[in-house]
Write a protein that binds this ligand. Structure first.
Ligand SMILES: Nc1ncnc2c1ncn2[C@@H]1O[C@H](COP(=O)(O)OP(=O)(O)OP(=O)(O)O)[C@@H](O)[C@H]1O
Length: 344
């Protein structure tokens, strides 16, 4: 049994534009990564990075030019695959004359569910997204956050194993965003996989187990949020001691940890460039052994946004050498896209 919910390998997409479709846009240039079952996975990247193209290939809306893409072990985009995947598109619009209940009937019917199946599944998904009490109200009175949660409910109606969300919290206020995060955490607890495309880095940081960062069609990094944000950071200490005593006690670790100390109202303020918790423990032990009281300690952790900007910034510096005039000719793949739907 394949443990990957999504598996893309050397995935390429070349769009052709202009007169005689001569101009090539290399939207994806050999992207490889896996999403494990049961994780919340964020796809990040600046405008034009290739995120939408990747999602469209996974859902079978756009054909890949090369490489491979599997979803739940099935060929990406195949009918069989789609029955196991829920999708909330960006900027989806729910017709204003519908209620929560009738909207689910409408979308459920569009995706081929029977009336009975919809009526059976509806109470559970409305409960999951916290809209049970508003099920009979017209969506015209829903907030943006409620509309997004109803969108999530339609994506969950057929009890999919994987839910793909395109900018689910875009335009939603902080309260609504928190409610959406809670729904995503609940889905994870139920063992579902969530694949999230969002340009809201703070949101992605709060909800994702791992992220992939795309830039100009290339994968820059796949890592856990902790791995990306636990970079060397600064810790500030307020210490009840003379500055010379603070410096003296930290001296044995000078090669490993840079400490800058100066007098303050408490006695001494010290800034230390640490790599990990062990560095902090060393300093705390040394100062305590020297009889120095630690009044406060605060750690400045990098945010996902810091990590993202650092990664994209360094990629941009190297990118001029890699222009889009690749000599390699991308080949449109038509025949094997829906291979797992062919009769055995
Ligand atoms: N149908 C198309 N025809 C030609 N070029 C396209 C087409 N769709 C996307 N592109 C180009 O492919 C590249 C990747 O676009 P894509 O929409 O996948 O990026 P994105 O990361 O989703 O960007 P955004 O965050 O702005 O939505 C861009 O250069 C874009 O202009």
């Amino acid at each position: 049994m394949n443990a990957s919910a999504i598996s893309v390998s050397s995935l390429r997409k070349t769009y052709r534009e202009g007169t005689f479709r001569k101009r090539k846009v290399e939207a994806l240039q050999g992207v490889t990564f896996d999403v494990q079952k049961g994780e919340i996975f964020g796809l990040l990247g600046p405008n034009g990075a290739g995120k939408t193209t990747l999602i469209k290939i996974l859902l079978g809306i756009v054909r890949r030019s090369g490489g491979d893409a599997k979803v739940l072990g099935l060929t990406a985009g195949s009918l069989k695959m789609r029955s196991h995947v829920g999708y909330l598109p960006e900027n989806h619009r729910i017709p204003q004359h519908l209620t929560g209940n009738t909207a689910l009937e409408y979308y459920g019917a569009l995706s081929g569910l029977s009336g009975q199946a919809i009526r059976q599944a509806r109470p559970k998904v409305l409960e999951q997204v916290g809209l049970s009490k508003r099920a009979k109200s017209s969506v015209s009175g829903y907030s943006k956050g409620m509309l997004q949660r109803l969108g999530l409910a339609q994506a969950m109606l057929h009890d999919p194993d994987l839910i793909v969300l395109d900018e689910p919290t875009d335009g939603v206020d902080p309260v609504g965003r928190r409610e959406i995060r809670q729904v995503l955490h609940r889905l994870k607890q139920e063992g579902k996989t969530v694949f999230l495309n969002s340009h809201l880095l703070q949101e992605t940081e709060l909800v994702s187990d791992r992220v992939a960062i795309l830039n100009r069609g290339r994968l820059q990094k796949v890592a856990t949020v902790d791995e990306l944000t636990n970079v060397e950071t600064e810790v500030r200490f307020e210490l009840c001691a003379r500055t010379e005593a603070v410096e003296e006690a930290a001296k044995p670790f000078a090669e490993r940890i840079a400490v800058v100390a100066e007098p303050s109202s408490a006695g001494t303020s010290a800034k230390a460039a640490v790599s990990d918790q062990a560095d902090i423990d060393l300093l705390v032990d040394a100062w305590r052994a020297a009889g120095i009281s630690i009044v406060s300690l605060s750690r400045a952790k990098a945010t996902l946004e810091d990590a993202f900007i650092a990664l994209i910034g360094s990629a941009e510096k190297n990118s001029d050498a890699q222009t889009s005039d690749s000599a390699e000719e991308a080949v449109e793949i038509d025949d094997d896209l829906f291979e797992d739907e062919k009769p055995a």
